[in-house]
Design a protein around this ligand. Sequence first.
Ligand code: C2O
Ligand code: CU
Ligand code: CU
Length: 511
Amino acid sequence: METGTVMQYHHSWGAASGAARMEAPVNRRKITRRDALALGIVGAAGLFVPVRHVLGIDGNTTAPFQIPLRIPPVLQPTRVDATTDYYEVDIKPARVEILPGKQTTIWGYNGLFPGPTLKTRSGRNVVVRQVNNLAVEINVHLHGGFVAPEHDGGPNEVIAPGSYRDYVYPNRQIASTLWYHDHAMHQTARNVYMGLGGFYIIEDDVEKQLNLPRGEYDVPLMIQDRIFNADGSFSFPAHNHDGVNGDTILVNGTPQPVFKVARRKYRFRILNASNSRHYELALNIGSDWRRRRLPFLSARPPLIQIGSDGGLLQVPVARSTIPIGVAERVEIIVDFAQFPFGSQIILENKLGRGKTAEIMRFDVAQAVSEDSSLPSTLRTVPALSGASITRDIELSMNLERGEWVINGKSFDPQRVDAQPKLGSTEVWRIINRSNVAHPFHMHLVMFQILDRNGVRPSAGETGWKDTVTVGPSETVRIIAKFDGYTGKYMFHCHNLQHEDHMMMAQFEVVP
Ligand code: C2O
Ligand code: CU
Ligand code: CU
C-alpha cells in the first residue's frame, strides 16, 4: 500500500499578536491511501495532497552546512540612457555543480541557477530582452511587478524556442523585493523547478535614508527544495498535480549552505521560490555550543521582520517564527553582534523534518565595524479602505476532474472572472474549501490583509502583499486598489503544480 505524508498547516496561518508568539508544532502523520480517500484528499489521478516525496533515491548525500552560500551575481545592463536600463538575458540549459562532485542540468537565465539579480531604482525604466535558447516555450513574469498587461508574462504569451521578447518594467512602485520566473501555460512548475527564477530588487530614496544594511550586508536568500537523482540530476515528478516537496533544501542554489557573517547587522531578503513547500522560519543557536558558552542566551532569538512582499513594514516586528508560503517574501534584520565569535546560528524550518528542518547556518566569523541602523519606524503603509465591492474566491479541488479550481472553474484563457473598475478598491474574500494551504497570488496589485477567519492578521502580515497563504478551511479577506492599467491579469494559487492544473483565473481592469 502506498503511503505518503500529509502536512497539516492548522497551526500557524491564523492570526496572532505580532511579536514573539510561539506556535504549536506542526502535526504530521503517515497516512495510507485509504485514509486519504476517506479524507477526500486523493485526486482523480490518485495522488496525495501534497505528496511529500516520490519513492526513489535521494541523490544528495552532502552533509549540511559544508558548502558556502552562493549569492547570485547582479546583472549589468547592456545599455543605459537617461530614463532606461536595457538588459539582455540568454535563457539556456547549463550543467552546474549543485551537489559536490556532481553535475546537474538546469535551465537558467544566462545559464545560472538561480538567475542573476536585477537591481533597479523606483521610477527608472527597465527593458529586459529575454532570449529563449531552450528547446521549449517559456515566458517571463515579474512577480510583484506593476506592469502593463502585455509585459506581464501571461501564460499564453510565450517565447518560442530561438526567439526573444522585450519586457518593459516601469518600476513605478516602492522599494521592494520582487522576483522573476517562468509562467508558461501548464509548464510553470517544471520550468521553475529546472531553474527559471531570479531576484528583482527595487530600491528608492525613502528606504535608502533609513541606513539599513546595504552592499554585502544586504543578502537575498532564495529558498527552494529539490529532489536529486543519484547522478545529480533533478528529479521532477511530472505527473503529480498536487505539488512536490523535495528532500533537499537549497538556498540560492546551494544545498543547506553555511554563510560566514561578521558581528554586525545584516538584511536578508528571503524568498520562498519553492514549487509547493511552505516553511516556518526560526533562528536557533546551536545547542552544543550554547550549552558550553552561553547558558544565559535564548536558544531561539526572535527574527526581526522589516518587510513583506511589497516593501517595508511600518515598523520592525519581532517574531519567534515566520511562516513563509510559496512566492512570499519576508525581509529580516539579524544583528549578529548579539552573538559571540564562533557562534553557529541555524535558520530552521519548523515545518520540516530531518534534512528539511534546517535551511542554512550562519557562522559568526569576523569583526567589522557597524555602519547601519535599524530605525524604530520604517515607512508609512497607508491602510486601504473604501471598497466598492466584495468578491468571493473559493479554492477547492474538483474531484471528478482531479483538478484544482477557483470558484469551481478550471483556468480558461477565454474567460474573465472579475472586472474591477480602474481606480476602484475591492475586498476579496479568499475561501479555502480544501484541507491544504494555498498561496493565493494576484498580479498587478499589492494588497493588504484585512483578516483571517475574522481576526486581524499578525503584525508581520500588515504590510504590502501580493501573495497570501490561505490555510486549510481558512477565509482570508484582502483589500486591493486596481489602478494604473486596464487589461487582463492573472490570479492564481502559487503552488506551481496547482497553478498549472488549473487553479488560475483572470481579472480584467476595465475603464
Ligand atoms: Cu509568481 Cu502569476 O506568478
Ligand atoms: Cu505574479
Ligand atoms: Cu493551491
